[in-house]
Design a binder for this molecule. Structure first.
Ligand code: KG4
Ligand code: ZN
Length: 343
């Protein structure tokens, strides 16, 4: 059994994968969102202390739910970056201790490789990826478009130059007086709103900006919302807010979908994938699926349960992208700024 641990931000997570059958036997996620809510965002020092407290229980639950004991664990995986340094450190130190105690190999996994691979986890079962494919990875910390040509081969085609898509939703939600985390709040408030009510900009930077063929930018959109609300203070009232939220959400979604359409026109892709916390967004799912139909390319979304940070995706990436290449495990230290395309 492969036991994976994820503590890159504010979710303490552990999962057990049966490498023989490719089945995810358990996937336990302890979210700290209630611990951070009063602060309106993740407080790193608080997150690491919560990880330390939660890790033993979360790991024990993952083993119990999988119905396996310590003696069955023959490999470990842990997120080594990117993420919050002190959060990563708690998971890595814990996993290193376990690896020494159990005498098993430990794989230090790139969190983003986990998100990339999450689209290939079917109903609790690893599926065989189809190459080449394109993945739109959208979370609170990352927005990037990745072209994947093999198990261990992925190239970044574009990244955000400023805010991530989830960050734009979180900050936008705060401006609208909505709660944290903002993405789900914007989606809930937008239901029934008119997405054409406010003409927010869909301003991706020109190709080549920041050195990316397909750069993203959301800071202009956030500023447009700020100015709109200053000019129309009544728009945060119950009658108008759904329209503003729907319009804002639509601008984020259109910006993302447009980039995917442009990228598919320039590189071969058998599948378009979408992963990360923002991939839970129902409007993004609708519009990206529609774009896929127009382009004649099937779209695969990570299962909603695997969109947010979780250890099942870390287990999957370890098993598929690391184990065949480094049977003894990888040297594991934290790398908070680990880039997407470094394994
Ligand atoms: O992947 P994730 O759980 O953590 C990071 O690695 O960042 O993503 C969290 C982000 C937050 O910005 C949150 O607002 C956003 O995902 N999010 C959503 C939805 N659910 C979570 N955004 C839009 N619609 C949702 N339903
Ligand atoms: Zn993540």
């Amino acid at each position: 059994m492969l036991l994976a641990i994820e503590t890159s931000c504010d979710e303490t997570a552990a999962a057990v994968l049966d490498p023989g059958s490719g089945e995810i036997l358990s996937n336990v996620i302890h979210s700290q969102v209630d611990d951070h809510r009063i602060h309106g965002g993740v407080v790193p020092e608080l997150a690491s202390r919560c990880h330390v407290a939660a890790l033993p229980g979360v790991v024990a639950r993952a083993l119990a739910e999988a119905g396996v004991g310590w003696s069955s664990v023959e490999a470990l995986a842990v997120t080594r970056g990117p993420g919050l340094a002190t959060s990563l450190l708690t998971g890595v130190v814990y996993a290193r201790g376990l690896a020494m105690r159990l005498g098993v190999p430990l794989f230090g996994v790139n969190h983003l490789a986990g998100h990339l691979h999450s689209i290939w986890i079917g109903k609790d079962l690893l599926e065989t990826p189809v190459y080449p494919h394109l993945v739109l990875l959208v979370s609170g910390g990352h927005t990037c478009l990745v072209h994947r040509t093999g198990l261990d081969a992925w190239t970044v085609m574009g990244q955000t130059l400023d805010d991530a898509a989830g960050e734009a939703l979180d900050k936008g939600a705060r401006l609208m007086g909505l709660g944290y985390p903002g993405g789900p709040e914007v989606q809930r408030t937008a239901a029934g709103g008119d997405a054409a009510a406010v003409a927010f900009p869909r301003g991706n930077p020109p190709p080549g900006s920041g050195g990316w063929a397909f750069p993203f930018s959301f800071s202009g959109l956030k500023t447009a919302l700020l100015y709109h609300l200053r000019k129309h203070p009544d728009d945060t009232g119950a009658a108008r807010l759904p329209h503003v939220a729907a319009s804002y959400q639509e601008a984020v979604v259109d910006t993302l979908v447009r980039r995917v359409e442009q990228a598919v026109a320039t590189v071969p892709a058998m599948v378009i994938g979408c992963a990360g916390g923002v991939a839970r967004n129902t409007r993004l799912r609708e519009k990206l699926a529609a774009a896929g139909r127009r382009l004649g390319v099937p779209v695969r979304f990570a299962d909603p349960l695997l969109c947010a940070d979780n250890a099942a995706m870390i287990a999957a990436a370890a098993q598929v992208c690391y184990r065949p290449f480094f049977p003894q495990g990888t040297g594991v230290d934290v790398t908070p700024g680990l880039p997407v395309d470094v394994r």
